[in-house]
Design a protein around this ligand. Structure first.
Ligand code: NAP
Ligand code: MG
Length: 498
């Protein structure tokens, strides 16, 4: 593996002169009051420094929240269609800059260029949906109890929103929070994950270029404890849209509850694919493998458990293995690569630990799990996707989120057992079922404890459909789609007598 070949990304990497990015507060790029910065490194080659960012302080957070609070007074009065117009321009700019943005995204996060481009186009689509929502913030008008009285409901923007994102989708996750916030008339202070702040800095530049007034969107980079914590505790923050681990989601919800701040929490998953019958085993295996290993399995909606009836287990397992063998692990810029490295060595260690835990509990490593260490591969966290079979429902690998390229096969006797195993976890984000039987499909859709259900379909969501989870997978209004109105606005009831 060398940089000298292949796509434009290798040449681009060679031109990088690590630059220091500021925070983006009140429309200005500013240094942290603490004067400290930290560097980020190429996920595919951890010796290569990419850029530096502010290691911000509570004072920086306060400054950003105050800027957002001040901007809210005017921004919330801008007519919806005018707010939407900025988002349409922003969506166009995302697409116009897709090449450079995808290089940055792949460099900091590790995903393949195809995945990065897909993420950016998806972000543009979601921004356009939100731009349209700004035109249709609906209320109801009901007949009055008396003559000459109109009774209506209207939606008012909530106020300053804290947006906090993880590292797995550093473009679409912030856009999924910022675009609806702007559409509904809110302002934002955004904290990206510490390992992936670079795309966020570019997003600020593009939002600025699209004409977002100063103070409406602010970026403060830094750690969860020094930036995230004061941000969620700030009394002027009215809503917290958080995507990340369940443990942190619970903590944030407790803090928010004390001052009745609203929360929109998108948390972990342990998503099942139930397989009962099929005509074409290869197409089922393809859907499962695609949904399990996209973004190297680092998706909250990754399929991580295959729950299959005994008589299909061996045939399906073989088909899954042959699909997995098609996956080419490598650096984003290598040709034909279909799975990038994990985000960093520390995360790889956690994932490998789960492989050990699983085998210690009696599961069998049926395929993969090797770490690539040749040449430059030693400088990234490259792992061949792994398949565990002989997994039983009470094992830790069947219950806990691994957030990496590990798929567990759980064999069951029949449908009822499959459904109950599917539900026997703390999470409830996305679930798939593969069956030709219509009533089985619908009874699964009815009974599965999951925010999203996919019938004969991997766990891929759409840019206009509500997205979220139940149980320990989410709380508050679903994001994406029209459900965002319930988080980003509050209701007011108006009676009018004439
Ligand atoms: P994480 O550790 O929960 O971190 C998420 C974000 O919270 C990061 O920006 C982190 O900052 C910040 N943070 C850390 N401590 C904080 C605190 N005390 N107060 C406020 N913010 C704080 O999650 P992750 O490891 O980045 O991502 C993986 C997790 O995200 C998985 O559980 C995955 O399932 C979940 N996820 C869910 C969805 C969904 O839509 N349901 C989507 C993607 C990911 P630092 O980076 O500085 O630590
Ligand atoms: Mg973390």
């Amino acid at each position: 593996m060398t940089y000298a070949t292949k796509t434009g990304m290798s040449g681009w990497l060679e031109t990088i002169q690590p630059k220091v990015y500021g925070n983006f507060i009140n429309g200005e790029w500013t240094e942290s009051s603490g004067g400290k910065t930290f560097s980020i490194y190429n996920s595919a080659n951890n010796k290569m420094e990419l850029a530096s960012f502010q290691d911000s302080t509570e004072d920086d957070v306060n400054e950003a929240v105050e800027a957002a609070y001040k901007a809210f007074k005017s921004w919330s009065l801008v007519p919806g269609p005018d707010r939407g117009a900025i988002l349409y321009r922003f969506a166009d700019l995302l697409e116009k800059n897709v090449d450079e943005l995808s290089f940055i995204l792949s460099a900091e996060q590790g995903k393949t260029l195809g995945e990065s481009k897909g993420e950016i186009f998806r972000a543009a689509k979601e921004a356009r949906f939100c731009a349209g929502e700004a035109f249709r913030i609906e209320g109801n008008t009901l007949p009055g109890e008396r003559n000459n009285v109109w009774s209506s409901t209207v939606r008012k923007p909530l106020g300053v929103i804290a947006a906090i994102a993880p590292w797995n989708f550093p473009v679409v996750t912030p856009v999924r929070k910022i675009a609806p916030a702007l559409a509904y008339g809110c302002t934002v202070v955004y904290k990206p994950a510490s390992v992936t702040p670079w795309t966020s800095a570019r997003l600020m530049e593009l939002l600025d270029e699209a004409g977002t007034p100063k103070g409406v969107v602010n970026l403060v980079v830094g750690s969860g404890s020094r930036v995230g914590n004061p941000l969620v505790n700030h009394p002027l923050v009215k809503g917290i849209s958080f995507t990340g681990s369940t443990a942190l989601g619970v903590q944030i919800n407790e803090i928010a509850a004390r001052r009745f701040a609203k929360t929109q929490l998108e948390l972990g998953g342990k998503n099942p694919a139930v397989v009962l019958d099929y005509d074409d085993v290869r197409s089922v295996a393809k859907q499962i493998v695609g949904a399990a290993f996209a973004c190297s399995g680092q998706r909250c909606t990754s399929i991580s458990r295959v729950i299959v009836v005994k008589e299909r287990k061996e045939e399906l397992t073989e088909a899954i293995i042959s699909e997995m063998k098609e996956i080419k692990v490598g650096a984003a810029w290598e040709e034909d690569v279909s799975m990038g490295p994990l985000v960093n060595q520390q995360h790889l260690k956690t994932v490998l630990e789960y492989l050990k835990i699983g085998q210690g509990e009696g599961a069998r490593l049926r395929y993969g799990g090797d770490v690539l260490t040749n040449g430059l591969y030693a400088d990234g966290a490259y792992m061949v996707p792994a398949l565990l079979d002989l997994v039983t429902p009470e094992m830790r690998v069947a219950k806990e989120e691994i957030f990496g390229p590990v798929l567990a096969i759980i064999e069951v006797e029949e449908k009822e057992q499959a459904f109950s195993v599917a539900n026997d976890v703390e999470y409830g984000l996305a679930a798939s079922i593969f069956t030709n039987n219509l009533s089985t499909a619908y009874s699964f859709a009815d009974q599965v404890e999951s925010g999203m259900v996919h019938i004969n379909h991997g766990t891929a969501s759409a840019a206009h459909m509500p997205f979220g989870g139940v149980k320990q997978s989410g709380f508050g209004a679903f994001s994406i789609g029209s459900s965002n109105v319930d988080f980003f606005t509050e209701m007011k009831v108006v009676y009018f007598q004439y």
